[in-house]
Design a protein around this ligand. Sequence first.
Ligand SMILES: Nc1ncnc2c1ncn2[C@@H]1O[C@H](COP(=O)(O)OP(=O)(O)O)[C@@H](O)[C@H]1O
Ligand SMILES: [Mg+2]
Length: 267
Amino acid sequence: MVSLTPRLREQRGRARRPFLAGVISRKGGGGKSVTSLCLADGCSDAGLHTMLVDADPQATLTAILLEGKANRVTLGAYLRDLSIDPVSVATPRSLLMSFVPGDHSTEQAVAELGIQACEDRLGAVLVARSATPDVAIIDTPGYLGAITDLTIAMADMLIIPTRVGGQGDMSALGTTLERIARGPHRSPAVVILPTNYAPREASQAAGLALVSAHYGAYLGTPIPHSAWIERAANVGQSVMRYAPKSNAASAYRTLIEQVVKLQGGGQ
Ligand SMILES: Nc1ncnc2c1ncn2[C@@H]1O[C@H](COP(=O)(O)OP(=O)(O)O)[C@@H](O)[C@H]1O
Ligand SMILES: [Mg+2]
């Protein structure tokens, strides 16, 4: 069991900075991109100015949200050249939501510039808009590298979507938590989010029990396996908008409520 210091309330005291929720995991396929999109839609539906940042070189969210749209300015270009007008990067999805697309250049930019310089630069991306968002959500790659470390360093909240019951899930979760504990970080709130969860499968029920026994304090409400998630993604949507009454949307709503509360300064 790794020990993580509790989040300190006053750490958001830095003015003019959005509440930053990083969605991280050592393992791909655990539901990071799905979770990021649900959070972004959920937060903007809750009336918060929301920025969604695709920091994954695989650019899943960019493919879902900007399919076929050319001439995007991506996060990598932004990190390299602060003179680019941030407004040109955003593609509104709703009036309250903006999106910073990603591609392979993010990885190179972070590797070349270094994490410290990127903290300042990503900070500038997050605030250099006509209205600083209330909350920013960052989707990250399915491995632990410089982009995830940058996210850990800056986040007020870290969400770790994870499947349970598979052989590598527990070890991936362990290494992800160790990476957070290693810091540097702002003592973010940490939520382990079981995803794609099928309680009738014995291995998954056992996996959830194991996660609960080891990391119960960080455990979020499991997101059930749901066919609506895939269907929604196929039409460029999140399940929050596509099937708001589904079990998966209700489960995500619990996480969204937590983010909304934390960004407002609550515990
Ligand atoms: N609760 C769920 N029910 C059904 N399918 C899911 C669920 N969560 C994620 N998926 C599917 O699992 C796959 C991986 O999800 P994704 O968010 O892309 O993972 P990651 O970003 O961590 O690699 C996607 O095809 C997604 O649609
Ligand atoms: Mg992804």
